[in-house]
Design a protein around this ligand. Structure first.
Ligand code: TMP
Length: 200
């Protein structure tokens, strides 16, 4: 049976670096794997991403647009892939809305839960890898980037709230998550991922 796996973490946690390797490792084991991302993953979703990453807006507009892009993604990409037996690995999903719009921007948790029920219609990732890292270290890594989007430009306290909200999600549903210590060396993180691949 195909699985839906998501990667999460604060900006600068290094999740995207590991995602390509993770997907290749699954492919080497003979699995059909689709790599996708949020916001994005569909033509409309990518246009919404462009707006979301650059255009200032009300926090709840931001939450609604994230979930609008997600509905397109689920209906046109994720569900069809899972139904034909393809594994789906997504760089971010709804946990990011709880973390960034909920924790970071203060959108009420209950409103996000409402959107989640509406848009997901029962779909949840089989596994979420949370790349957890002290905000200080994540920010040092981001400092090497030449351009920063609207989220990456936020201050440390914003990312502390994002990180805390991710942990709140883990506490609410611990069996869905593998929390990775992303402050470790690339090699050590890879080892943790290898163990996860073997387990699934
Ligand atoms: P990325 O840099 O990992 O591609 O993600 C783009 C940004 O979008 C990242 O800073 C987190 C943010 N984001 C949200 O705020 N809410 C969401 O629901 C998603 C999927 C991403």
């Amino acid at each position: 049976m195909s699985k839906f796996i998501t990667f999460e973490g604060v900006d600068g946690a290094g999740k995207s670096t590991h995602l390509a390797w993770f997907a290749d490792t699954l492919r080497q084991r003979g699995l059909e794997v689709l790599v996708t991302r949020e916001p994005g993953g569909t033509p409309l979703g990518e246009r919404l991403r462009e707006i979301l990453l650059n255009q200032p807006m009300h926090a709840e507009t931001e939450a609604l647009l994230m979930f609008a892009a997600r509905l397109e993604h689920i209906e046109h990409v994720i569900r069809p892939a899972l139904q034909r037996g393809t594994w789906v690995v997504s760089d971010r999903f709804s946990d990011a809305s709880f973390a960034y719009q909920g924790g970071g921007r203060g959108v009420p948790w209950a409103k996000l839960e409402q959107l989640e029920r509406w848009v997901h219609e029962g779909l949840q990732p089989d596994l979420t890898l949370l790349f957890d890292i002290p905000v200080e270290i994540a920010r040092q890594r981001l400092a090497n980037n030449l351009t920063l989007d609207r989220f990456e430009q936020e201050q440390a306290d914003f990312f502390e709230r994002v990180r805390a909200a991710y942990h709140r999600r883990v506490q609410q549903n611990p069996q869905r998550y593998a929390v990775i210590d992303a402050a470790q060396s690339l090699e050590k993180v890879k080892q943790q991922l290898e163990e996860i691949v073997s387990a699934i």
